[in-house]
Design a protein around this ligand. Structure first.
Ligand code: G16
Length: 539
């Protein structure tokens, strides 16, 4: 590897001086104009990471997911398809912030040395990007750093984020007993569709499902999946909506999972007829929201908490029926944004332990790995269900004692293939929800009846300096700025069954405030009051 080659390639991809870049909730994310040098340097880090892990393939995804179209982002995927190990986030931040090209090369070699990385060994990287036009330019920066470091590189072009995670795991497990699937986009569709057939076990999905794709990559990819699917076998009748990827400016605009969750309403351009089943994906198809319009009560949303409780209760029932209850441990992972009623329902009704982690699927995923069945979802619809190797093995090898046990074991085994094991995946999660509703013969209203949410409100607050806000207790409390939390506590005390917290977003230049209370108007009022406190302390 040639130091001069790195320096001269780096000169074509400057960072914007004077800015502090940070590997945030989901990698580096900001206005796309600031990302050229960042992406180049992320390429350098992935080249090191691959060599550190004996030449295993590292994934790089270029996406800003739910953010506006002008933003973009870049994040690293580890060999098993999970997020970059957290210790390496620090290396990424340091490498990206190197002030000059020479210091960048200096830091690169220093890192290789301190981590005992053999730079002459082979390294491999694969990449994908969402539909943002800026992604095409950023890929060039990535390719240049991989060429400068003699790293083998495959560009999979436009993909959903979960597809890139899937491919990364497939490449690294190909030809091993843990093979995750065929290393291709088609392999992804075939795996999901085949698992869908098996999981339904002859049942039919009833009624049309309209899917708002946020005008992002999920639209064309969902349409592609449907080409591999025979509706006669499943009853699945999907109408793809908001799939305009030719006008980049409409991405996530007044539609998509983030809009639905934060506004608590259907996308601006659709009017769901009463009773119609709807769901929304976000810009890179890793988040999912379900909803319908009730003729009497209006819009009703089934968010990540609801998807988690639906999945947990269904899978726990199957585990019991399969006679595996004493053998496998189930846990559910949430963040502070989870509605208090959902936590209560899981702990008291489903009798499943709940763990709370900071925001970011990387934290939830990690916590879920300590269970045999780890159900994790953020309220914003990002999540999945992880099965341990022991669990997957038990589903396949346990000798059934009755037809009901056989049915449960085969359904569980199919779910293990249907549910993306690498990361939250809106398309896979949507198929899982459809399977569960078909098994239970439930409408969205039946699903919504399981418990009643506390009214809640999520507010985005723009502040002078979001970095002033630091949290503790899994983000449920602020440690900084001093006295800010005391003021929040004082306000919260004035409301019944109330809870509120504030934190700096790791993907947007803003703070977020969450509030829940006994009534809609109290939740709104509390959120606004806490937002005013945050604004006042925000510099
Ligand atoms: C990303 C992360 C999610 C997180 C969300 C918001 O989602 O993957 O885990 O919940 O950002 O994070 P924050 O509140 O820190 O801005 P996405 O869908 O944008 O990639």
């Amino acid at each position: 590897m040639d130091r001069d080659a790195i320096i001269s390639a780096s000169k074509k991809h400057d960072i914007v001086p004077g800015r502090l870049y940070k590997y945030g909730t989901a990698g580096f994310r900001m206005n796309a104009d600031l990302l050229d040098g960042v992406t180049f340097r992320v390429g350098l880090l992935s080249a090191l990471r691959s060599r550190k892990l004996n030449g295993q393939t590292i994934g790089v995804m270029i996406t800003a997911s739910h953010n506006p179209a002008v933003d973009n982002g870049v994040k690293i995927v580890d060999p098993m398809g999970d997020m970059l190990e957290q210790e390496w986030e620090v290396h990424a931040t340091n490498l990206v912030n190197a002030p000059s090209h020479e210091e960048l090369a200096e830091y690169f070699y220093k890192l290789a040395d301190s981590l005992k990385i053999d730079l002459s060994s082979p390294g491999k990287v694969i990449a994908g990007r969402d539909t943002r036009p800026s992604g095409k330019t950023l890929v060039t920066a990535l390719a240049d750093s991989l060429a400068a470091t003699n790293t083998t590189y495959v560009d999979y072009k436009i993909l959903t984020t979960p597809q890139l995670h899937y491919l990364t795991r497939c490449v690294n497990t190909a030809g091993t007993p843990g093979s995750y699937g065929e290393v291709s986009e088609t392999g992804y569709y075939k795996k999901l569709v085949e698992a869908l057939y098996r999981a339904l076990r002859g049942r039919k999905i009833s009624g049309k499902l309209s899917v708002d794709c946020a005008n992002g990559v999920g639209g064309p990819k969902l349409s592609e999946l449907l080409k591999h699917h025979d509706p006669a076998k499943t009853g699945l009748d999907i109408k793809v909506v908001n799939d305009d990827v030719l006008r980049p400016e409409v991405l996530n605009l007044d539609c998509g999972a983030d809009y639905v969750k934060t506004r608590q309403r259907a996308p601006a351009n659709i009017k769901p007829a009463p009773g119609d089943r709807w769901c929304s994906l976000d810009g890179d198809a890793d988040r999912l929201m379900y909803y319908w319009v009730d003729p009497d009560t209006g819009f009703f949303m089934l968010d990540g908490d609801r998807i988690a409780t639906l999945a947990a209760s269904f899978i726990a029932d199957l585990i019991r029926t399969a006679g595996l209850e004493g053998q496998l441990r189930t846990g559910l992972i949430q963040t502070a944004y989870a509605n208090g009623s959902s936590t209560k329902y899981v702990e008291q009704h489903l009798q499943i332990p709940v763990v709370c982690t900071p925001t970011g699927v990387k934290h939830l995923h990690h916590a879920a790995c300590s269970y045999d069945i780890g159900v994790y979802f953020e309220a914003n619809g990002h999540g999945t269900v992880l099965f341990s190797q022991d669990a997957l093995q038990a589903f396949k090898t346990k000798e059934p004692q009755s037809p009901a046990q056989k049915d449960a074991l085969e359904t569980l085994s199919a779910l293990g293939d249907l549910i993306n094991q690498t990361v939250g995946d809106a398309i896979s999660d949507m198929l899982m929800v459809e399977v569960i509703l078909a098994h239970k013969a439930w409408t969205l209203r039946d699903w919504a009846m399981t418990y009643q949410d506390l009214p809640n409100r999520l507010v985005r607050v723009e502040v002078g300096n979001k970095d002033l806000f630091r949290t503790t207790d899994a983000e449920r409390r602020l440690s900084h700025p001093e006295h800010c939390q005391d003021e929040i506590d004082k306000v919260v005390k004035k409301y019944t069954n109330a809870r509120s917290f504030a934190r700096a977003s790791g993907t947007e230049n803003a703070c977020r405030v969450y509030a829940e209370a006994a009534t809609r108007s109290e939740a709104d009022e509390l959120a606004n009051k806490v937002a005013a406190i945050v604004k006042a302390y925000g510099g």
